[in-house]
Design a protein around this ligand. Structure first.
Ligand SMILES: [Mg+2]
Length: 418
């Protein structure tokens, strides 16, 4: 059955493995990454060698030293981890486009039609793991999950660590989930477990057998029904991350910490947010754009009124107008674009050019759904033509930008990405 739609990749003990990758002397050793060198803080990442001593993320450093006196403590170096994060993304994308970056060490990819059978999906996962190992580092291990939806792919990735590869097919459901603990499911913390217990749900087997109406009561919202559908293997879209908003942010890699780089990344972030907005069936009432600066510089933030927009060209125009108001001389570090005030779109826009923009956006979404998320995108606005020495490869993860390229100049209208 061609039902494997998602691949989820989760780096194992990421910060600790990163240090073992960057510092050969730490390989094979119990390592804990700490925010500062004091016994009063907690470990923020722990190598698998250190876990054998019972040390976990969150273990107090003083206590960790008692559990393993030769534990190697390393002060966290986030710039390095962000750089590795970008290299991991680039490595994965040599094989498969990323649909969404979930965190610094978790990535979700949608499989295209020809990879949805079990064997080609497993082969693809093997190639992704190999790309990370050879292009970024063999000491950075990762666990990969394959499943009919993004949620179950994440669950599958968590089933074998480190260095796992787990396939959950529709035919394996729900039995393959039964051995899991409720706490193994992403989103079920202690509070949720207590609430589930009040409804008599103590095991994953019981959770899978709970009717959607009861799930809705347990979660006190439609999210409960979404859980039912996820557990059955339906490919339902993820809800917006914050209630009533769709947005993306991106810490700029060093080569894009310029006016041009920040603007190019913003354009990509907006493409992504707009596609997601349409996938969820919403229009946006407001857009907020934000640039955080390096050092002590204040963040620049501006909100633009939109009035129920869901097409990419209109959103790009609004972004362009906002961008013109930025203070000059910023040292951009992080870019964010958020669409707020989500409503159902009006059925018939008043103006012909607006109707055309909506149609063009839908064509783009349809082509991208068929050919993969990198197939089509709107060229950036004309003004960026001269000021765009970087080609920003547009994928469905605008959290990432690639430097250098053939033909860096965007053209008007729709353009096929290579
Ligand atoms: Mg991880």
């Amino acid at each position: 059955m061609a039902t494997t739609r998602w691949l989820y990749l989760d780096m194992n003990a990421f910060f600790a493995s990163a240090e073992q990758q960057l510092q050969p002397a730490l390989r094979g050793k119990p390592v804990a990454v700490v925010p500062t060198m004091t016994d009063r803080t907690c470990c923020i990442a722990v190598s698998y060698e250190a876990r054998q001593f019972g040390i976990r993320t969150g273990t107090n450093v003083g206590q960790a030293k008692q559990l393993c006196p030769w534990l190697r403590l390393v002060e966290g170096r986030h710039e390095q981890y962000i750089e590795l994060h970008h290299r991991i993304i680039a490595a994965i994308e040599t094989v498969l486009p990323i649909e969404r970056v979930w965190s610094i060490d978790e990535f979700a990819c949608r499989l295209s039609l020809q990879h949805r059978e079990r064997a080609p999906a497993l082969e693809m996962a093997g190639r992704v793991k190999q790309a990370v190992a050879t292009q970024v580092g063999r000491h950075l291990r990762c666990s990969v999950g394959l499943a009919p939806n993004r949620f179950l792919a994440k669950v599958a990735a968590g089933m074998r660590k480190p260095d796992g590869l787990t396939h959950l097919g529709l035919e394996d459901l729900p039995d393959a989930l039964h051995p899991l603990q409720l706490g193994d499911l992403p989103g079920i913390g202690r509070g949720m477990q207590r609430r589930l217990e009040q409804f008599g749900v103590r095991t994953v087997r019981q959770l899978c057998a709970t009717p959607p109406e009861t799930m809705r009561m347990i979660w006190r919202s439609k999210v409960g029904e979404q859980w039912s559908r996820w557990l059955r293997g339906e490919d339902v879209p993820d809800p917006p991350t914050k209630r009533g908003s769709v947005g993306h942010s991106h810490v700029l890699p060093p080569e894009l910490r310029t006016d041009t780089g920040a603007r190019a990344v913003m354009t990509r972030l907006l493409h992504k947010a707009a596609a997601r907005l349409r996938r969820l069936g919403y229009a946006a009432g407001r857009m907020e754009v934000e640039i955080s600066q390096f050092g002590d510089g204040p963040a620049w933030r501006v909100t633009v009124k939109l009035g129920g927009v869901q097409d990419t060209p209109t959103l790009l125009k609004a972004l362009e107008a906002a961008w013109e108001c930025r203070p000059r001389g910023m040292q951009p570090l992080k870019a964010s674009v958020t669409l707020y005030g989500l409503t159902a779109p009006q059925s018939l826009p008043l103006f012909a050019d607006h109707q055309q923009a909506i149609r063009a956006s839908r064509v783009m979404d349809a082509v991208n759904a068929e050919l993969g998320p990198t197939a089509l995108y709107f060229a950036s606005m004309h003004k960026s033509r001269d000021a765009a020495p970087l080609r920003i490869a547009f994928t469905n993860i605008p959290e990432v930008a690639f430097e250098g390229a053939r033909d860096p100049r965007p053209r008007g209208g729709l353009r096929r990405a290579d």
